[in-house]
Design a protein around this ligand. Structure first.
Ligand SMILES: [Zn+2]
Length: 70
């Protein structure tokens, strides 16, 4: 397989994984410390398991989504 095809496959896989992950943004990493993608609070424990939002932002997001705002 060509490198470009492999990249495209990997990109699709990531897109699918991310969609399944309930619209998580990617965590932000700086020097081994994870940060919330929305408020930039330190969020390493959640970032390690692929959660891009801190607990506060996630709760707000879910609340907004239930109201149809997100
Ligand atoms: Zn946050």
């Amino acid at each position: 397989m060509e490198q470009a095809e492999r990249d495209e496959e990997a990109r699709k896989e990531r897109a699918i994984t991310e969609a399944r992950r309930d619209d998580q943004p990617d965590p932000v990493w700086h020097d081994g410390v994870g940060y919330c993608a929305e408020c930039e609070a330190e969020n390493t424990a959640r970032a390690r398991v692929g959660r891009g939002r801190c607990i506060d932002c996630q709760q707000r997001y879910e609340r907004d989504r239930k109201r149809g705002l997100a």
